[in-house]
Design a protein around this ligand. Structure first.
Ligand code: SAM
Ligand code: SF4
Length: 343
């Protein structure tokens, strides 16, 4: 990856969220809460985590103000995530508020789906465009082992409600865990195909709060592909403009259905990354794996102007490194777990 010539200590004048490698962030991921109704083994421990104290959480008004600043800086998509975004009581109002911003961004959500059935239609009516539901297996005992919650039926109902509400194509995100669901990746694909859901696998990343990730047991993208090919014919979708989309996509049995595999660890897509993250306590992060972040909450509460907040965000993006560096000897897992960053 080439660095822009003569990197300056500050970004050039303008509003775009550019970094020193020329990448421009347009995809804002907003964590609405670090709390969650599940305890996925690859994400957090059974007992949960010390949650962000309430006074440090951004209010709805604060969130909306900051999202507006990001939109003014060229963000074109807002993805609501967490923790579990549906635990935020004002979720429908927040979506409606974001949909009223101009230029209106595309609005997406990543959810565990457990509470989706009741709110899919109101969310769609409020302006939600797309939803990704995380579902790693359709086997009830594997689901319980992975999420530590007996909620498979609720997630399945949530997916159906999302499709009924027109949040299509409904996407399913799955992580394959060795010895749990790695032998049944093709079953999950068959299940998704039968319902018209678009499945994407992602390699497990070192972002769990308990620091239990071990590359030697991580199920690789290659293995996931081999598991799918045991039952399906996969043809790579030739794409010259994959752009910032991280998933390698394959036609399944000649198409039109596709499956995606995101090799976030074994084949990182950092050089095309267009993401920026806002945490529920008002920190902006230029990368999931960043070891530092920039506080927006303090300045916001101290009366900073939009221009000042934008300057802080642009400064954070300007510091974005070339790649996450998993596997390098000097790699450190960030202190903030995935659930508190926003996946
Ligand atoms: N709770 C919501 C959910 O599960 O969809 C949103 C937050 S969750 C952190 C976002 C996504 O990150 C989920 O699809 C989840 O499977 C994924 N995820 C969590 N921990 C991960 C890890 N260590 N490696 C890869 N993906 C992970
Ligand atoms: Fe909760 Fe999502 Fe983490 Fe699972 S992956 S524990 S659903 S935040």
């Amino acid at each position: 990856m080439t660095r822009l010539p003569d990197p300056r200590p500050r970004p050039p004048e303008g509003s775009a969220l550019i970094d020193t490698y020329g990448r421009i962030a347009q995809d804002l991921r907003v964590s609405l809460t670090d709390r969650c109704s599940f305890r996925c083994t690859y994400c957090m421990p059974a007992e949960g985590l010390p949650w962000i104290p309430q006074p440090q959480m951004l209010s709805d008004d604060e969130l909306m103000r900051l999202i507006g600043v990001f939109i003014g800086a060229g963000v074109t998509q807002v993805r609501l995530t967490g923790g579990e975004p549906l635990l935020r009581r004002s979720i429908v109002e927040l979506v409606a508020g974001i949909a009223a911003l101009r230029p209106r961004p595309a609005i997406a959500m990543t959810t565990n789906g457990a509470a989706l059935a009741a709110v899919a239609a109101p969310l769609a009516a409020a302006g939600l465009d797309r939803v990704n539901v995380s579902l790693d297996t359709i086997d009830a005992s594997q689901f319980l082992a992975l999420t530590r919650r007996d909620r498979l039926a609720d997630v399945i109902a949530g997916l159906a409600a999302a499709a009924d509400a027109g949040l299509t194509p409904v996407k399913v995100n799955a992580v394959a865990m060795r010895g749990v669901n790695d032998a049944v990746v093709a079953d999950l694909l068959a299940w998704c195909l039968a319902r018209g859901y678009e499945l994407r696998f992602i390699e497990q990343m070192p972002l769990d709060a308990q620091h239990g990730w071990d590359r030697s047991v991580m199920v690789t993208a290659e293995e996931i592909k081999a598991g799918l090919e045991a039952r399906f014919e996969l043809t790579p979708v030739e794409s010259t403009d994959r752009g910032s989309a991280p998933a390698a996509r394959f036609l399944v049995d000649g198409g039109p259905a596709t499956v995606g595999i995101i090799a976030s660890v074994s084949e990182p897509f950092c050089s095309a990354c267009d993401r920026v993250r806002l945490t529920a306590d008002g920190q902006v992060r230029n990368c999931l794996f960043s070891e530092r972040e920039t506080d927006l909450r303090g300045p916001l509460r101290d009366g900073a102007s939009d221009a000042e907040l934008l300057g802080l965000i642009r400064g954070e993006m300007w510091r974005k490194g070339p790649a996450h560096g998993i596997g390098r000897p000097d790699f450190h897992q960030p202190d903030r777990p995935m659930s508190a960053i926003g996946g």
